[in-house]
Design a binder for this molecule. Structure first.
Ligand code: IPE
Ligand code: IPE
Ligand code: MG
Length: 243
């Protein structure tokens, strides 16, 4: 089935930047009478697989929503287990990411996350910083509103330092103050788990993204689900306001 789907993909029209809101881990676990943590654990395996497939088919930027600025509202035990899982996977996957020439970048304010997770992720960023393959954006303590406010603050600082001037401030300059600086806008935004909302992900960067929602729970999101979303994307007519 994967082969069949893969054959339907036009490799010359792969979305450059794909963003994923990986949702449904908790419900996946609940359906199986397992603790939510088990859903996150299984979900992490899918992240690893999807990163590899995405890079193989030529996606240039992949953004995954690992932890939102709102996710701090969850029970502290769940927050901790999510952070521990992240450390575990970043550490064991680092060699593989390097081998695949993937460059890891974080989106969000990582100063607020536990030291162990912060150190693991910084290490991954540093050790992959000269890689030239796919960019893997890990959104961690990320919020689209925080992204825009953070950009605004830095713009004000640079205005005061006269590095930029107000009359020239435009979208191209603004974009480069976002966590995704130097990256193209999102082409395809995927959300698993059935909800149809952005949950504060990449608000500015998805202004013209094609949105793809699937009921598939994230731990069930195998490569064929990614292929299906890309085929769907390739059948859209992107007009960007034109005719
Ligand atoms: C998404 O799955 C994972 C993260 C937020 C990191 P959820 O934990 O939100 O799963 P549901 O929505 O409760 O099923
Ligand atoms: C979005 O999922 C955040 C991440 C995937 C990290 P949530 O499960 O937190 O979103 P809501 O609460 O349903 O909006
Ligand atoms: Mg959820």
């Amino acid at each position: 089935m994967q082969e069949n789907l893969l054959n339907q993909i036009d490799l010359n029209n792969i979305p450059k930047h794909v963003a994923i809101i990986l949702d449904g881990n908790g419900r996946w676990a609940k359906k199986r009478f397992l603790p939510r943590f088990k859903g996150h654990q299984e979900g992490m395996k899918r992240v690893v697989e999807i990163v590899e497939v995405a890079s193989d088919i030529g996606i240039k930027y992949l953004s995954v929503y690992a932890f939102s600025t709102e996710n701090w509202k969850r029970p502290v035990l769940e927050v901790n287990s999510l952070m521990d899982l992240l450390v575990y996977y970043v550490e064991i996957q680092l060699d593989r990411l390097k081998k695949n020439n993937v460059r890891v970048i974080t989106l969000g304010d990582i100063s607020k996350i536990p030291a162990k997770a912060k150190n693991a992720i910084i290490k991954a960023c540093n050790e992959t910083s000269s890689n030239t393959g796919m960019v893997l954006n890990i959104a961690l303590n990320y919020g689209g509103r925080d992204d825009i406010i953070n950009a605004t603050k830095n713009i004000i600082k640079d205005l005061e330092l006269e590095k930029i001037n107000l009359d020239n401030l435009n979208e191209d300059i603004f974009k480069n103050y976002l966590y995704t600086k130097n990256q193209p806008d999102v082409d395809l935004l995927i959300r698993s788990g059935g909800e149809k909302r952005l949950s504060n992900f990449l608000l500015y960067q998805t202004a013209y993204a094609e949105l793809y929602f699937t009921d598939c729970l994230w731990p069930d999101f195998k490569e064929e689900e990614l292929f299906k979303s890309i085929i769907d994307y390739q059948n859209r007519n992107r007009r960007f306001g034109g005719v």
